[in-house]
Design a protein around this ligand. Structure first.
Ligand SMILES: O=C(O)C[C@H]1C=CC(=O)O1
Length: 93
């Protein structure tokens, strides 16, 4: 199942800089692992915002929720999920 996901990141400005750097480094490592595994095929930065749009390819709503909740930055993100279906006018559909 494909999902369009928007993540807006809001790390508190008063968070200890070392804690912040560790969080961001762990988030990047997790994101790279998930992309390599194929479940996170698209990851794009939204111009001018600390936010991304992503496509996830997972087996279920529960699988997506567990994956998103496993992200180190999850406590600092607002997340919007849109489930995707095949468009009848897509070439080859
Ligand atoms: O920076 C972000 O958009 C948040 C998150 C998503 C991937 C990653 O490395 O961090």
């Amino acid at each position: 199942m494909l999902f369009h996901v928007r993540m807006d990141v809001a790390i508190p400005h008063d968070l200890d800089p070392e804690v912040r750097a560790d969080l961001v480094a762990r988030e990047k490592a997790r994101a790279l692992d998930l992309q390599a595994s194929g479940v996170w095929p698209e990851l794009w930065r939204i111009v001018g915002e600390y936010a991304n749009v992503s496509i996830f390819d997972v087996e279920s709503n529960d699988a997506l929720h567990d994956l998103l909740a496993s992200l180190p930055l999850f406590p600092f993100m607002s997340i919007q999920v849109t489930p995707l279906a095949t468009h009848p006018s897509k070439l080859g559909a």
